[in-house]
Ligand binder design. Structure first.
Ligand code: M6R
Length: 607
């Protein structure tokens, strides 16, 4: 996830671009750059670091021009660096582009372009686009862009500027957001509304497969095959603060809603017609065969994701897995040697305890694999193999999209290991991939339950204690649900393996005590029904999560949220959605600072 902006008009472009980028920094801040058309040349300035670095460096420079494009980067391909920053130019520097998205077939295109004599300077997927447009450019920029994008697979929102066509910018969209701002003698392009709200409230929202030729006094909208489009102008009535959150009240709820896309972005480049391809997981079949112990180490939500990793690796790879929280693991006496594989999971890639565990493993010669969301983070640099979750920046302290993308990443790792080791049949491998592919749509359908969940929240927000119960993978996701509730609503919540209730915790259940029961494991469903009856008999207010069709549960639970049918192994990706929504609405009803809960920080870089 990156942010792009573009301006064409009568004012100085650099200031407008930088102001716009400041409103898009929530989309990523690994580097920032602008390109300005000045005296028939394109001047590019781009630097690693936050936008302030770019601002400081260009303060004394004469960047004068009325047309330009800009970018704030969330690194995916290539670590944060000046050279990997956008805008990216063709070899002569006559055209530049900014890009938000991921080009899945960039390696293939890069190889073809290298054969044709093109030289690449960055490690990004984006650079192929500038050379590809150059390759097709025979004087008609629009045609060149159309031909170039017809070769691209993946997601892109593009802004293109060519010094041979100083009167226009070209914008194209597929699977990444892009809007066109309509001004008076000036027009804009941007990833999101806040970037241009200071200048105009009139916008076109481009849909997938649409493009625009933007001049200072006209905007032509068309499909990729050139057919003109007539689009309604949207009049934005949000204030600037709401606009930064995409119209949502909090980043947390915005990020909850971003999950279908985040899961899809994480999965789709890795699931090919020939199975799973994890480019940065280099561990070979031979190396895997020597591994006799697997640790999954993480903290908080990432630890909860790791619990599913254990289930999947043990089931498909047939190898024993120990999951531990990093702060405990690092001071225990673990058996680590060259036959150990450690998988560390960390959204930020900077969590001090997780990093220490990784270093401990490396000192003892273990192989270390990381699942992280931040390219260039300490954990990504120090691990031997890395699988990035492509969730985009997560701003709310409470993890939501980081968790679901960690779950699917661990599923990819487990299946990749199993297929390398030959511990899974082809049929089983293909069947689970087919199920995984349904997740983005199923998550989307669950988000439609928000109103119902909000009603349930009305019963819970006054509670002093809430209990979560589950069995197997449902117990693991219940832990995440419980953490989510306590961290943002400050209600005391506890999670208990449902079978353990009668060994103590049942004593705490009284009239009206809320119990959230996750009951989606087919083979454990009947057992869960008995546990639900146990708490119901003590007066609990039971809110259950079950698979669609399992109606029996309605006899014992006070309310039921149904998830779409899915294999037991990956139900957590769906179950967590109502749990996140419930916590969110309870916290809002209690008037809590949802995005910045007291005493907590997003990245815990101290012990
Ligand atoms: O950046 P990390 O994933 O390493 O962070 C680990 C935990 O601090 C984090 O998952 C935390 O528990 C969540 N933000 C809570 O929602």
């Amino acid at each position: 996830m990156c942010g792009i902006v573009g301006y064409i008009g009568n004012k100085e472009a650099s200031k407008i671009l930088i102001d716009g980028l400041a409103k898009l920094e929530y989309r990523g801040y690994d580097s920032a750059g602008i390109a300005i058309l000045q005296d028939n040349e394109i001047k590019v300035r781009k630097y690693k670091g936050r936008l302030s670095v770019l601002e400081e460096k260009i303060v004394d420079e004469e960047l004068i021009g009325k047309t330009g494009i800009g970018h704030t980067r969330w690194a995916t391909h290539g670590a944060p660096s000046d050279v990997n920053s956008h805008p990216h130019a063709n070899t002569t520097g006559s055209l530049t582009i900014v890009h938000n998205g991921i080009i899945e077939n960039y390696i293939e295109i890069k190889e073809e372009l290298i054969e044709k004599g093109y030289k690449f300077v960055s490690e990004t997927d984006t650079e192929v686009i500038s050379h590809l447009v150059d390759y097709f450019n025979e004087g008609n920029l629009l045609e060149a862009v159309k031909k170039a994008v017809s070769k691209l697979e993946g997601a892109y929102a593009l802004g293109v500027m060519d010094k041979a066509h100083p009167d226009k910018l070209i914008a194209v969209r597929k699977d990444s957001p892009l809007i066109i701002g309509i001004g008076e003698d000036e027009n804009f392009l941007a990833s999101d509304i806040p970037a241009i709200l200071k200048h105009t409230r009139k916008v076109y929202i481009l849909d997938d497969g649409e493009m625009a030729v933007i001049k200072k006094d006209s905007i032509s909208l068309m499909t990729l095959d050139g057919s003109p489009i007539d689009k309604e102008i949207l009049e934005v009535d949000w204030d600037v603060e709401a606009a930064e959150k995409g119209g949502y009240d909090h980043f947390m709820i915005k990020e909850i809603y971003e999950q279908p896309k985040a899961i899809n972005d994480t999965l789709s480049p890795r699931i090919t017609s020939n199975g799973i391809k994890l480019d940065d997981i280099k561990i070979t079949k031979e190396e895997l065969e020597k591994i006799n112990k697997v640790y999954i180490i993480a903290c908080g939500t990432a630890y909860h994701a790791g619990l599913l990793g254990k289930t999947l690796i043990e089931k498909y790879v047939k190898a024993p897995v120990i999951v531990d929280v990093a702060s405990e693991f690092r001071y225990s006496n673990p058996f680590i040697d060259e036959n150990t594989l450690m998988i560390v999971v960390s959204q930020s890639g900077e969590t001090a305890d997780t990093l220490a565990a990784l270093r401990l493993a490396k000192e003892n010669k273990a192989r270390v694999m990381a699942v992280t969301n931040v390219v260039g983070s300490s954990i990504s640099r120090e691990a031997h193999d890395v699988l990035y979750t492509w969730a985009g920046p997560e701003i709310a302290v409470a993890s939501t999209k980081a968790y679901t993308t960690q779950l699917v990443s661990l599923a990819l790792i487990a299946l990749d290991m199993a297929s390398k080791k030959g511990t899974i049949t082809k049929k089983e491998y293909e069947a689970i991939i087919a199920e995984i592919n349904t997740l983005p749509k199923k998550v989307e359908s669950l988000l439609k339950e928000e109103e119902k969940i909000k009603e349930i929240a009305k019963d819970i927000y006054i509670a002093e204690h809430v209990f979560y119960i589950g069995r197997g993978a449902d117990y693991d996701v219940a832990r995440e649900g419980s953490l989510k509730l306590k961290e943002i609503s400050y209600i005391h919540s506890e999670v208990i393996a449902a079978g353990e209730l009668k060994h103590g915790t049942l004593a705490l259940i009284e009239d009206g005590t809320p119990v959230i029961a996750v009951a989606t494991q087919d083979k454990l469903y009947d057992k869960m029904l008995s546990n639900i009856k146990e708490v119901k008999a003590r007066g609990a207010n039971v809110i259950a999560i079950a698979k669609k069709g399992n109606k029996e549960i309605e006899k014992s639970a006070d309310s039921v949220i149904y998830i779409p049918d899915i294999i037991d192994e990956i139900t957590s990706v769906l179950n967590v959605i109502p749990l996140q929504l419930l916590s969110y609405h309870v916290a809002v009803m209690r008037d809590c600072d949802v995005d910045k809960p007291r005493n907590l920080a997003k990245s815990v870089t101290v012990e």
